[in-house]
Design a protein around this ligand. Structure first.
Ligand SMILES: Nc1nc2c(c(=O)[nH]1)N[C@H]1C(S)=C(S)[C@@H](COP(=O)(O)OP(=O)(O)OC[C@H]3O[C@@H](n4cnc5c(=O)[nH]c(N)nc54)[C@H](O)[C@@H]3O)O[C@H]1N2
Ligand SMILES: Nc1nc2c(c(=O)[nH]1)N[C@H]1C(S)=C(S)[C@@H](COP(=O)(O)OP(=O)(O)OC[C@H]3O[C@@H](n4cnc5c(=O)[nH]c(N)nc54)[C@H](O)[C@@H]3O)O[C@H]1N2
Ligand SMILES: [Mo]
Length: 759
C-alpha cells in the first residue's frame, strides 16, 4: 500500500538569507493568519497569544519573559503560523469531507493538503472493512473503546501515546486513568525528542530539565548553541540572545549548517533594527560534521586542562568540583587516552577553531550551553549530552547566575506532560503517591516507549492504540513498519484537532475524536476554564483559550479522558469523581498538588501573572542523584567509518512546518521554495558521484541487509560538510529502521542515518 504521495512540486532555489525575523517575518505571519480566518477572529487570536491573561503559544516550549511582555506582540512568525493552523475557519474537516473522499483517496493527498482541510468537527468512525469515515456519537465512541479495552487479556495490550501539546490537567488525568486501568504503557513524543537529555541529565545532575532561568541568558558571558536552529524552531529565543549580545556576551554556534537564525536577527518591533539591519548574533560559527560533537567536547576538555596547567586555579573550578561532584579524577585520567589531533580530526574543524572556543570559555564561569535535536537523535546521544555536562562541571557553571545547561524543549508542554507522570518508566515515589492519594495499586513494571510500543504492535501483542494528540505514524521512524504495526491493531483511536496521516493508516476499527485546541474557549459546568503548561525553563503558567470553537461537538482533552474513564470503569469503584473534576479544573489542580512535588498552593500561585517556577535542584546546586553529587562521566566517541559512496543524513525541519504539520513548501531562510523533497549535499559530493545539481534521485539506507528507499528527492548543492547530507522529516522517516536508536534513551537516530544516493 502506498502510504503517501511522492510527487515533486516544482523547486525554486534562491540564496539563503543572512538575517532572521524582521519585517518579512511579520508579513508572512499575518498572511498565514488572515488567509485562513476572518479578520476579527484573526486579530483576537493574535492579541491573546502569550499575554498574561491569554493562551500559551501552541508552537514551541520557549518561555515568556519573566517581567516585561510587549503589549503588541509576544509571538513569532512560526507561532503565528501554528495559531493560524488551529484557528482556521475558512474550511472544516466536517463529515461532508469524509463522505466525499474514501480513506484510500485521502491517502493520495499530501500532508500539506490534509492540513489545509481545517479543523475536525465531529467524532468519526471507520469499522472493519469500511471505506469511509462516518459520524458517530460521543457516547457510542466511548462505549466502543470501553468494549475493546475491557476485552483485552491484559491491560499491557493497550498503548496510550501522548504528544506534547496536552495540558498539565489533561495529562494528569490521562496517566491516572491509564494506571488505574493497569498499565504503564505511556509512550510520548519525548521518546523521539529530548529523551536522551532526560536520561543524561537525570544521571549526571539528578533532574532531567534545564538548570537556567530566562534571565540567565542576559547575564551570560558565553552562550554555546549546539544542534539547534532557534531562528526557525524557537524564534522568540532570538530576543534574549540579542539582549545577551548587547550586554557583551559571545555566542558560539555548533552546527553542520550555517543557519540564518544564528547569523543575525532583526527585532521586528525595533525601528533601529529595521533601519540599521539588525544585530549580528554568532561570533564563532563552527561547521561541525554530523555527530562529532562528543569528540569536539572532549577536545575542549583536554584543552581546558592544558590551560589550567598554564594558569593554575584560573580555568577549572576546583572548589566546586570538590564540594559538589564525583568522578573528576577518573574523568581526567580517561582523557589521556585520546589524541587531540585525532579528536579534532573527527569534527572536521580546525585546531585553531577549537582553541578559539577554549579561549572564550577558559576565563569565565558564566557559560550556557543550549542544545536540541542535533545532539539528542544519534546512537551516542546520551553520551554526548553527558559530555556537555562534563564541560559545565569542570567550569563550575551549574547553579550560578548566567550559567548552566539549557536543553531547549520542543512541543509547548512536552516538559509538563512528563512532570504530570506521562512516562513509561515512572519513579516508584510517584507511584507511591498515586497509591496514597487514590487508594489503588498502580502497576510497577515499566511500560513501552515509542519504539517498544511499535515493536509490540507489530508482533500483534499490543492490540489497542490510543493517541492523545500527535501524528504517530509520521513522527515515528520506519514509516512502513510503523504502518503495519498500526494496521495490526484491533482498534486505533486518535484525539486530534486536525486531519493527519495517522487517521488514514489505521487499525481494524478506528476512531477520530475531535478536541478543543489551545486557542479555543473551554466552557464547563462551573464556567470557562483555563489549563496550565510548563515551559522549557520550568515556569508553570495559565493558558486560557478565548475563541469560539468551530463546532459545538468538540470536547476538551480532560473531558475526553473523564468520559473514557467513566465508560471503561463503569460501576467499578475508582475513588475519582470524574464529573466533578471536569466541572471545574481547579479540582484537577488540587489533586496534582497532592501528588506532584512543587505544586503547593497550585490554584493560588497560578493566578499570579506570569506563573511560577518549579523547584529545580541543580539551580541551587542540590543534586538528587543516588549520592547527592553531580556526576562526571566517561563517554566514548563513536568512530563511524563511512564507505566511499555513503553519506550521513540528518533529517531536519523546514521553516514552514511544525513537526509533521506542513504549513507550506518554503524553507525561506535556506532559500528553498515550493518543494520539500530535496536533499542538501556538498558540491564535491555531488560531482564525485557523477550527479548533477537538481537531479532527481532516490535515497537508500541499508541496515542488516535490508534496503529502505525514500523516492524522488531533488539534489540541492549546499554549504554542508563533506560526507554529510540533510533532508526534511517526516518524508525521510522511511529510511530509519525501527531498531536504530540511541543507547539508553531509545530515541530513533533521526540525525545520523547512513545513506547512499541512487540515480
Ligand atoms: N516552527 C517550528 N517550531 C518548532 C518545531 C517545528 O517543527 N516547527 N518543532 C518543535 C519540536 S517538537 C522540537 S523538538 C524543536 C526542534 O528544534 P531543533 O532541534 O532546532 O530542530 P531540527 O530541525 O531537528 O534541527 C536540528 C538542528 O541541529 C543541526 N544538527 C543536526 N545534526 C547535528 C549534529 O550532529 N551536531 C550538531 N551540532 N548539529 C546538528 C541541524 O543542522 C539543525 O540546525 O522545535 C520545536 N519548535
Ligand atoms: N526523522 C525525524 N523524525 C522525527 C523528528 C526528527 O527530527 N526527524 N523529530 C521528533 C520529535 S522532536 C517529535 S516531538 C515528534 C513529534 O511527534 P508528534 O507530537 O506525534 O507529531 P506532531 O506533528 O507534533 O502532531 C501533530 C498533530 O497533533 C494534533 N494536534 C495539534 N494540536 C493538538 C491539540 O491541542 N490536542 C490534540 N489532541 N491534538 C492536537 C493535530 O491533529 C496534528 O495533526 O516527531 C519526531 N520525529
Ligand atoms: Mo520534539
Amino acid at each position: 500500500m502506498k502510504l503517501a504521495p511522492d510527487t515533486l512540486t516544482g523547486l525554486r532555489i534562491t540564496k539563503p538569507t543572512e538575517t532572521a525575523a524582521g519585517l518579512t517575518a511579520v508579513t508572512v505571519s499575518l498572511q498565514h493568519v488572515f488567509r485562513n480566518t476572518d479578520l476579527i477572529r484573526g486579530w483576537k487570536a493574535l492579541y491573546h497569544l502569550n499575554q498574561k491573561n491569554g493562551y500559551d503559544c501552541p508552537s514551541c516550549a520557549w518561555p515568556d519573559p519573566d517581567d516585561h511582555r510587549s503589549s503588541i506582540a509576544e509571538y513569532c512568525e512560526n507561532g503565528a503560523k501554528a495559531v493560524a493552523d488551529e484557528v482556521m475557519t475558512k474550511h472544516t474537516a466536517s463529515p461532508v469531507l469524509f463522505q466525499r473522499y474514501s480513506v484510500e483517496e485521502l491517502r493520495q493527498k499530501d500532508d500539506f493538503w490534509l492540513g489545509q482541510q481545517g479543523r475536525l468537527t465531529q467524532p468519526l468512525v471507520i469499522r472493519k472493512g469500511g471505506t469511509h469515515y462516518e459520524p458517530i456519537s460521543w457516547e457510542d465512541a466511548f462505549q466502543l473503546i470501553a468494549g475493546h479495552l475491557n476485552a483485552l487479556d491484559s491491560p499491557d495490550e493497550a498503548v496510550f501515546y501522548t504528544s506534547g501539546r496536552t495540558s498539565n490537567e489533561a495529562a494528569f488525568l490521562y496517566q491516572l486513568f491509564v494506571r488505574q486501568f493497569g498499565t504503564n504503557n505511556l509512550p510520548d513524543c519525548s521518546n523521539m525528542c529530548h529523551e536522551s537529555t532526560s536520561v543524561a541529565l537525570g544521571e549526571t545532575l539528578g533532574l532531567g530539565k534545564a538548570s537556567i532561568v530566562y534571565e540567565d541568558f542576559e547575564k551570560a558571558d558565553v552562550i554555546m548553541i549546539m544542534g539547534q536552529n532557534p531562528g526557525t524552531n524557537a524564534p522568540r529565543m532570538l530576543t534574549p540572545l540579542e539582549q545577551a549580545k548587547r550586554n557583551g556576551a559571545t555566542i558560539i554556534a555548533v552546527n553542520p549548517l550555517v543557519e540564518t537564525g544564528l547569523l543575525a536577527f532583526q527585532f521586528p518591533q525595533s525601528v533601529r533594527d529595521m533601519v540599521l539591519g539588525g544585530q549580528k548574533l554568532t561570533d564563532l560559527y563552527l561547521q561541525i560534521r554530523i555527530n562529532s560533537d562528543l569528540a569536539f567536547l572532549k577536545a575542549i576538555c583536554k584543552l581546558l586542562l592544558d590551560e589550567e596547567k598554564k594558569t593554575p586555579g584560573a580555568v577549572i573550578d576546583k572548589s566546586f568540583i570538590e564540594r559538589y561532584t564525583v568522578g573528576y579524577e577518573d574523568f581526567i585520567t580517561s582523557l589521556e587516552q585520546y589524541e587531540l589531533s585525532d579528536l579534532v580530526g573527527q569534527t572536521g574543524l580546525s585546531l585553531e577553531e577549537v582553541q578559539q572556543t577554549v579561549d572564550l570559555l577558559k576565563h569565565t564561569r558564566k557559560i550556557i550551553i543550549c542544545w536540541a535535536m542535533g545532539l539528542t537523535q544519534h546512537r551516542n546521544a546520551v553520551q554526548t549530552i553527558n559530555e556537555v555536562i562534563n564541560v559545565l562541571l569542570m567550569k563550575g557553571s551549574i547553579g550560578i547566575e548566567g550559567g548552566g545547561a539549557a536543553p531547549i524543549r520542543g512541543h509547548s508542554n512536552v516538559q509538563g506532560d512528563r512532570t504530570m507522570g506521562i512516562w513509561e518508566r515512572p519513579k516508584p515515589e510517584f507511584l507511591d503517591k498515586l497509591k496514597t492519594v487514590f487508594g489503588f495499586e498502580p502497576p510497577r513494571e515499566h511500560g513501552f516507549s515509542v519504539v517498544e510500543a511499535v515493536q509490540s504492535m507489530h508482533k500483534g501483542e499490543a492490540k489497542f492504540f490510543f493517541g492523545m494528540g500527535g501524528n504517530f505514524l509520521m513522527a515515528v521512524s520506519d514509516t512502513n513498519y510503523t504502518a503495519e504495526a498500526l494496521q495490526r491493531c484491533k482498534l486505533t483511536v486518535q484525539v486530534s484537532t486536525k486531519l493527519n496521516r495517522s487517521h488514514l493508516i489505521h487499525g481494524e476499527t478506528a476512531l477520530i475524536l475531535p478536541c478543543l485546541g489551545r486557542s479555543d474557549r473551554d466552557s464547563q459546568a462551573a464556567g470557562d476554564q483555563f489549563v496550565t503548561t510548563e515551559a522549557t525553563t520550568g515556569v508553570v503558567q495559565q493558558s486560557r483559550g478565548t475563541l469560539e470553537p468551530v463546532s459545538k461537538h468538540l470536547k476538551s482533552e480532560p473531558a475526553i479522558v473523564a468520559e473514557l474513564a467513566k465508560a471503561v470503569f463503569h460501576s467499578r469503584h475508582n475513588n475519582v469523581d470524574w464529573d466533578k473534576l471536569i466541572s471545574n479544573y481547579d479540582h484537577i489542580r488540587d489533586l496534582i498538588e497532592k501528588v506532584v512535588p512543587g505544586f503547593d498552593h497550585y490554584n493560588e500561585r497560578v493566578q499570579k501573572p506570569g506563573g511560577f517556577y518549579l523547584p529545580n535542584g541543580p539551580r541551587k546546586r542540590k543534586f538528587e542523584t543516588k549520592d547527592g553529587k553531580a556526576h562526571f562521566s566517561i563517554n566514548v566517541p563513536e568512530k563511524l567509518e563511512l564507505q566511499p559512496d555513503e553519506l550521513l543524513l540528518m533529517t531536519i525541519r523546514s521553516h514552514d512546518q511544525f513537526n509533521t504539520t506542513v504549513y507550506g513548501r518554503d524553507d525561506r531562510y535556506r532559500g528553498i521554495h515550493n518543494e520539500r523533497r530535496v536533499v542538501f549535499m556538498h558540491a564535491d559530493d555531488i560531482a564525485h558521484r557523477g550527479l548533477k545539481p537538481q537531479q532527481v534521485v532516490n535515497l537508500q539506507s541499508r541496515y542488516d541487509g535490508k534496503i529502505r528507499t525514500a523516492e524522488r528527492f531533488v539534489i540541492v548543492p549546499y554549504n554542508i560538510p563533506r560526507g554529510c547530507a540533510a533532508a526534511y522529516f517526516p518524508e525521510t522517516n522511511v529510511l530509519i529502521p525501527i531498531d536504530q536508536v540511541a543507547e539508553g534513551s531509545l530515541t530513533p537516530i533521526s540525525k545520523s542515518i547512513v545513506i547512499t544516493v541512487e540515480k
